[in-house]
Design a binder for this molecule. Structure first.
Ligand code: GUN
Length: 279
């Protein structure tokens, strides 16, 4: 039987600390503020943006929403980001992805001022600086810490190499002294590679992709997957029922990594507000 690492519990701790920081900032006359940009009418994006706004309100962070029509031009979007970059009352800027197809995500993400990039999309983890970290991988690191698991000296395997999760995840594990392998769709004999891992992170985007034969006995298994089954049910990247008996620790879906992303976004927003107000 594996021990469950529940993101909800870890997220609650992160949010409690963020709330304390918000209160301290408010007492010093600084109101942390997150600007969220939503382009078009993607229903899932609408839900995510609403959740982020609700969490801001809960913590006393001011949230601003900028809604652009699906046919907005790249220039309009960049102009808005430029205005928010220059607005001293705004500490964090988040442009919800995906964007409509005619817009360039890289160009958009890179337009956000580094110190206001609460998504951590422009952060240079590889240079070891003080940038805001990407929320989901940073959330995974918090979960490992909470469970008392150190990547130090351990074989860590990340399946997936996305800019948002896989790549920054690998760099954070490396920064924590893990010995890191990154697997992807071209990896040969994937199960042989993943079976070596003491800490296995699944960030593939395919339901139940990680099966029991891919997991070493006693491994720590972190499931970053958020997939919808045909019945609309939330499914992780890991075949939980088959893998759980082999693992020492495992994260469930839902209730695992998911709640960490918003919690880390709040933490980043508070960090950004602190840094920009120098209190
Ligand atoms: N779309 C899916 N995940 C994310 C995220 O973490 N940040 C933003 N901005 N868009 C997303």
């Amino acid at each position: 039987m594996a021990t469950l690492i529940r993101g909800k519990e870890v997220a609650a701790e992160v949010l409690k600390a963020a709330k304390n920081d918000v209160d301290a900032l408010l007492a010093q006359g600084v109101m942390p503020c997150l600007a969220v940009i939503l382009v078009g009418d993607d229903p899932a994006s609408r839900v995510y943006v609403n959740k982020k706004k609700e969490k801001c309100e809960e913590l006393g962070i001011r949230s601003l929403e900028y809604k652009l029509p699906a046919e907005a031009t790249q220039e309009e979007l960049l102009r808005l980001i430029g205005e928010l970059n220059g607005d001293k009352s705004v500490h964090g800027i988040l442009c919800q992805l995906p964007l409509p197809k005619h817009l360039d995500e890289q160009l958009t993400v890179r337009a956000v001022a580094r110190e206001k990039d609460v998504d951590g999309f422009t952060c240079l983890i590889s240079s070891g600086g003080e940038d805001l970290m990407p929320c989901t991988p940073a959330g995974v690191m918090e979960m490992l810490k909470f469970a008392g698991i150190s990547p130090r000296g351990k074989k860590c395997c990340v399946i997936g190499r996305s800019n948002i999760v896989g790549k920054p995840m690998a760099m954070l594990l490396l920064g924590a002294d893990g010995t890191v392998t990154v697997c992807h769709s071209k990896t040969e004999n994937l199960p042989a590679v993943t079976r070596e891992a003491d800490i296995l992170i699944a960030a593939v985007g395919k339901p139940r992709f990680v099966t029991a034969d891919m997991v070493k006995d006693g491994a720590v298994v972190i499931d970053v997957g958020v997939n919808r089954g045909a019945d609309g049910k939330l499914l992780g990247d890991v075949d939980f029922d088959a893998v759980e008996p082999k693992a020492s620790y495992i994260t469930p879906v839902p209730g695992g990594v998911g709640p960490m992303t918003i919690a880390m976004l709040m933490k980043n927003t508070v960090r950004a507000a602190k840094a920009q107000s120098r209190v």
